[in-house]
Design a binder for this molecule. Sequence first.
Ligand SMILES: [Zn+2]
Length: 371
Amino acid sequence: MKTANGHEIIQLFEKFSPKAFAMEDDKIGLQLGRLNKKINKIMITLDVLEEVIDEAIKRDVQLIIAHHPPIFRPLKNVLTDTVQGRMIEKLLKHDIAVYAAHTNLDVAKGGVNDLLANALGLTNPEVLVPTYETKLKKLVVFTPLSHAEEIRHVLGKTGAGFIGHYSHCSFSAKGTGRFLPEENTNPYIGQQGHLESVDEVRIETIVPEQLLKKVVTAMIKAHPYEEVAYDIYSVENKGEVLGLGRIGTIDEMTLGEFAERVKTALEVDKVRVVGDLSSRVKKVAVLGGDGNKYFKHAKFKGADVYVTGDLYYHTAHDAMMEGLNMIDPGHNVEKIMKKGVTEILSRMCKESGYEVEIFPSEINTDPFKFV
Ligand SMILES: [Zn+2]
């Protein structure tokens, strides 16, 4: 086990929640402080409030990963007799870096929306609002027969060959490879100055663009040849579609019963409900945060009920007239990311051999109380 620096931790985190997933103009990434330092303790929080910063200081944290970016609008000044200025001062003084993963964490597989869908017991959740499409590349590699199995295994293991729910997809064809080792070569097969012909296998597979470098590096490492023959093609095929919100099914129940489930699953005392409590619901859409503008997506995709935060009076009227039930458990249910990200990042760090303590903030940042 070794102590990682901030860059190594964030590199790992961005494999799970790449910046490219974020909506335009979102304020994500490192917001304050520096990453070129050793990291022993990371705190995960939904919001960065002053109380949360005090908690981070008390717990000796070097890095805060937050869902809501604390610096959203450009700063005109940093005055330390204002709350925001004081917060920045405290963070800098204690050398605590703040990194924000906002809409990219909503979109990420295993991110906020998947965590919410999972908590609500949705089966086969799909993306509600598509926002990102993975680009694909075609990789073709030529290998001697003896190594074809191993190369296919390495390609599959590093993430190549995913088509829908199928992994390790590839196609192989046998043929003859020819080469003439020139001076200063050390050929695996054959000898310098002699034209060789070898029984080879052409293996082709599909690779998501973001994994290409990793897949090619692993493939070259596993390949016996000094100079590996391979081709990378651009393809027009659509890759995996990612996005905001999820839609899936539950065992049919009444809207009232489902509202109770939402309260228990998302740990809230009260929810606001639009619709007839005795109506039956089976198809459920959920979108973390403020999902007002996407209620038509939920309706169009056949949802019986749409769960989202910050529901406006007029959106509620519109949904009511469209016959779409809605449940607003509050924006703060995104707090589910504290535990979710802690678990995922801890697992990734452990796999990379990083000695680091990761924990959720214990501060409740919900500004609302029901009286
Ligand atoms: Zn939010």
